[in-house]
Design a protein around this ligand. Sequence first.
Ligand code: FMN
Length: 193
Amino acid sequence: MLSARDQVASLLHLDSSHSGDSVTRELSARFADVWKGRHGTSEYRYRDLFAEPVPPISPAYCALGRRVERNGYVPPAKVDALIENGAEEREWALTLPLIEQFTDAGTVLIGAPMYNFSVPASLKAWIDRVTFPGAYTDPDTGGSLLRGKRIIVVTARGGAYGPGAPREGSISRSRIYVPTSPISASSTTTCSS
Ligand SMILES: Cc1cc2nc3c(=O)[nH]c(=O)nc-3n(C[C@H](O)[C@H](O)[C@H](O)COP(=O)(O)O)c2cc1C
């Protein structure tokens, strides 16, 4: 894992739009370009979750997650010891690199269009994997290992929800969740297309 100093200047950039003419891709790319101009490209990581999908979680993932939860705070490095079969091993091999990449990034930039009042399936698959039980909890203190991480969500929606619109207020409670905290965080940009 990266040191705290390196984390400051590392960016994990995720896009999840399924559209060929995407607003969120354009906006997240603008952010990334500015970031790369300031910090260079050596600590820049990009994943297009539509083009390079994260496989949906399976029964083996759920079984392993439940077993880990029953054992209290198990850090990712010790999950191997709780794996009981090949299916769980495969699930963990798909999951651990995502957890490490998320943990290592000082800033996480997520392009997250609104699809049916939620996020695209491509992004949901990533969220389901990185939220593996206990992965971001310090086993010694119970505190969050994500403290200090910046998460920026660039979102776009097609509908109107402002004052006077038929669906006024219907998304006021909508939130996207990532491990331990909502990502409707600091620099969220909303753009109605
Ligand atoms: C499958 C699908 C579901 C959508 N659901 C909603 C919705 O619930 N509310 C909304 O305001 N817009 C909805 N939209 C419109 C998108 O949010 C809008 O086109 C936005 O620009 C998508 O971001 P993108 O251009 O980065 O793909 C939906 C679009 C698609 C393709």
